[in-house]
Design a protein around this ligand. Sequence first.
Ligand code: PA5
Length: 393
Amino acid sequence: MIRFDFQKYQYKKLENYDLNDLKERFLKDNQMSGWYRLDRTDFDKILDSAAYIRKNCDVFLVIGIGGSYMGAKAVIDAMAPYFSKKRPEVLFAGYQLSSDYLKELLDYLEDKEVMVNVISKSGTTLEPAIAFDKVLTFMENKYGDATKDRIFVTTDAHTGALLELAKEKGYTRFIVPDDIGGRFSVLTPVGLLPIAVNGLDIEELFYGAEEAKRNLNACYYYTLLRHELYQEGKFIESFDIYEPKLASFAEWLKQLFGESQGKENKGILPTSTINTRDLHSLGQYYQEGKDILFSTILFAHSDNTIALEEYHKTLDRVNEIAMESVAQAHYEGHLPSSIISMDEISMENLGYLIFFFEMSAMLGGYLLNIPYYNQPGVNGYKDILHRRIKEDA
Ligand code: PA5
């Protein structure tokens, strides 16, 4: 269950706003894209492949960058125990250009049974292409002809070098639907295969997302609220978490909102904190620094009831009181907060939040009147990088 509090630590009230007006305008303009469908078409294939992968490897290596890996990582990390490794271990590569990472990864994989999922909608992105090239050589040396049964390719249905390679080598393929961009693709095979391989229930994830889709009022309210705050000069939204397992979820949110809405000299800059850790670093700025921030707190209750006898409370309750105290202190210092709290970190709650935030990222882009599904700024760096690599003597 998820609760929203957009009132208590918020000096902006939206009494005069008509949510229905926004809904109607928005539905009329039909801004939805493929992600809104919540399509289960590939579920059987995903579940069959996941069962096969789980049986036959120690490590499932996911190669991708941006929207091609962050959603899966967000869910997997949120659900993972802190101190024991699940089998198969899901590892990620191809999201940076670290030589040490790639070398140490290949060394680590040496004595493990490995399967690989390379994910790239375009099939041309440099970072995953480099990582996959090296991993493929490693796999072919290790498994010879049997490599074919150990590589899973998630890419476009019609074009791209990765598609051609997959066809030529006979790898199992999953499709990134034409009308779903990277950062909106966690509930497609892009995110669902790694999540299912991790042993997590993708049905529950979908159940949560469908629940969010049926109950969009909070999403409309949140979207309008952040838009209003932005109009008043609150240019930075901080996603503040009090459970470090949600750190990758906050990274996913930063990507979703940053890449969707930071365009045409507009948009809120998303950032994040992990609390209470960051109260002892960024907390100072949030309390007394420049007046450009607002906060969206994601609070997750724990079902571990550690009792703190001296306070006559559970540790979970003390964490919650800390969160409320921070929100109050910030409010008194002119930093407004919305609170989104989950009764627990569960697949259902994560699915709910994924849909909620995808909807809001798109709807907020609509309010800004910017093209929220593209990322020309990212392509800008890619073009220069490719040229400079060629020119480099
Ligand atoms: O959200 C997006 O569209 C991007 O972050 C892409 O996912 C990222 O650039 C990776 O692209 P590709 O899947 O084509 O390799």
